[in-house]
Design a protein around this ligand. Sequence first.
Ligand SMILES: C[C@@]1(CC(=O)O)c2cc3[nH]c(cc4nc(cc5[nH]c(cc(n2)[C@H]1CCC(=O)O)[C@@](C)(CC(=O)O)[C@@H]5CCC(=O)O)C(CC(=O)O)=C4CCC(=O)O)c(CCC(=O)O)c3CC(=O)O
Ligand SMILES: NC(=O)C1=CN([C@@H]2O[C@H](COP(=O)(O)OP(=O)(O)OC[C@H]3O[C@@H](n4cnc5c(N)ncnc54)[C@H](O)[C@@H]3O)[C@@H](O)[C@H]2O)C=CC1
Length: 206
Amino acid sequence: MIPLMVDFTGRKVIIFGGGAVGARKARYFVEEADVTVYSRSFHPDFSSIPVRQEVLDLSPDAYSICPLIQDSALVIAATSDPDLNNIIREASESVHVFCNVASGNPGDVFLPAKVTGKKFTLAISTIGSVPAVSRLIREEMEKTFPDMDELIELGEWIRESFSTDHADPISGQSILYTALRDPETRKALSKGQMNAREYIRERYGS
Ligand SMILES: C[C@@]1(CC(=O)O)c2cc3[nH]c(cc4nc(cc5[nH]c(cc(n2)[C@H]1CCC(=O)O)[C@@](C)(CC(=O)O)[C@@H]5CCC(=O)O)C(CC(=O)O)=C4CCC(=O)O)c(CCC(=O)O)c3CC(=O)O
Ligand SMILES: NC(=O)C1=CN([C@@H]2O[C@H](COP(=O)(O)OP(=O)(O)OC[C@H]3O[C@@H](n4cnc5c(N)ncnc54)[C@H](O)[C@@H]3O)[C@@H](O)[C@H]2O)C=CC1
């Protein structure tokens, strides 16, 4: 399994199954992708998720599923019937489209737990074994890096303000590398961007 960040803008995501799990997956993609959900019933959460909802009783044969997924970027098999989900997975494979499977044989795509800010995304996965651990790690990351966006903004400023050949005399590493690892930087940052910049100018400025 190889992690990637994928741009789904303008891409089609097809979800089969409109239960709680289908709704969670729809919410995961809806901000970016063009999402259609096929199901014979829809969870109430769908009333607040702007996706195309198609009422359909799916029969367990790949031939009827293939036309629905042909030009999609990702298929999600989230019905409550693992056998049907497996058939959706096989249909996806036959038209060379990636497939995520909620229950049944594992698909070839897993959805991670994620922490997202303005300038970053952290994704955590146990590749299907214990999703509760992914959630635990996600919560730990949120506690450890509440200032991630601030840190990135500071990093951008350091890169603009110091030339790349200006190394820290003590560590010999670049200012960017050293200042981001300096615990005093994080302390200063907790009092604001200007405070952190002032600290870095004093500590690392030439
Ligand atoms: C394979 C995968 C499907 C996929 O690829 O989409 C999958 C499958 C299953 N999840 C199940 C249960 C739970 N899922 C969670 C939570 C999350 N599950 C997510 C992803 C994934 N879940 C993918 C693998 C990701 C990985 O490996 O890390 C997260 C990360 C993202 C998301 O989907 O939102 C989200 C964390 C969100 C957050 O950050 O909070 C919790 C914990 C909780 O909610 O507290 C529980 C209960 C405890 C437990 O069982 O661990 C069950 C058993 C169903 C049953 O039989 O009851 C299955 C089915 C099976 O395992 O067969
Ligand atoms: N991947 C994950 O993160 C998790 C997966 N699961 C598994 O995901 C599956 C779905 O879970 P829920 O959404 O809670 O189930 P659910 O029963 O609430 O929803 C299933 C949906 O599939 C539809 N459906 C089933 N057969 C159909 C058919 N032949 N044609 C058209 N629509 C059909 C139903 O109408 C319903 O809308 C379950 O097998 C569950 O064990 C459960 C928890 C977490």
